[in-house]
Ligand binder design. Structure first.
Ligand SMILES: O=P(O)(O)OC[C@H]1O[C@H](O)[C@H](O)[C@@H](O)[C@@H]1O
Ligand SMILES: [Fe+2]
Length: 206
């Protein structure tokens, strides 16, 4: 690795972005086709939101070198598709043994995690919560609040993102839905298919 200059960015909690970021990544509802359980509700929300940004990431990426680090901010608007709260696409790191941390800035979120073998964990994130995503866990954030969910994150620069792992399993094993009392609950995803043991073993060997 070569010497690099120190950096400084400022987390703008109100805007839900990182001032001084080198990249911006945005998703509209149209980019999230096939992720929600209720297709009719998805079409209705899509028609309502059009090209509105549903979540965005602003990050500072000095390099993609092993040992370097990416820092950034993610912001997701509140809402539901049917009973299901707004979510990010979700991924496992392409180098699956890389971790991540998320720090709650504002709003109320859930980090939904799934191991390659299909175990599920949920971590509730509010302001000043620091969530540790260990190596090998598939992760997706969900906004279960009524305001923007804003989180700061950091992860190794050579992590990468693999989205196929979720798509091939028919989604994540659980969905985060309205519990009917203004809160949230995790329910089974009826379309979920467990990964073959050989695939789980090969991921865990990396
Ligand atoms: O990549 P997605 O699953 O769409 O999630 C959006 C973003 O979530 C987090 O903030 C990660 O640190 C980003 O690297 C990722 O791109
Ligand atoms: Fe990640």
């Amino acid at each position: 690795m070569s010497m690099r200059e120190p950096g400084l960015c400022v987390v703008d909690v109100e805007k839900g972005e990182l001032r001084g970021a080198t990249n911006r990544y945005t998703k509209t509802m149209g980019d999230l086709a096939g992720l929600y359980e209720d297709e009719a509700a998805y079409q209705a929300v899509l028609a309502e939101l059009g090209d509105k940004v549903v979540y965005e990431v602003t990050d500072y990426k000095p390099s993609a070198d092993a040992g370097d680090m990416i820092i950034g901010v993610t912001r997701m608007i509140p809402g539901k598709v049917g009973r299901e709260y707004f979510l990010t696409r979700g991924h496992i790191h392409a180098n699956p043994n890389r971790p991540e941390m998320y720090y709650g800035e504002s709003g109320h979120g859930i980090m939904l995690l799934e191991s390659p073998a299909g175990e599920i964990r949920t971590v509730e994130i509010g302001p000043r919560s620091l969530c540790y995503v260990p190596p090998y866990w598939i992760h997706r954030s969900v906004n279960v609040g009524s305001t923007d969910l804003v989180m700061t994150f950091a992860y190794p620069a050579d992590s990468g993102q693999d989205y196929d792992i979720i798509a091939k399993a028919g989604g994540m094993r659980s969905r985060i839905v309205d519990d009917g009392k203004g809160g949230w609950t995790a329910v089974d995803n009826a379309g979920y298919r467990f990964r073959a043991k050989e695939l789980v073993d090969s991921i865990m060997a990396r």
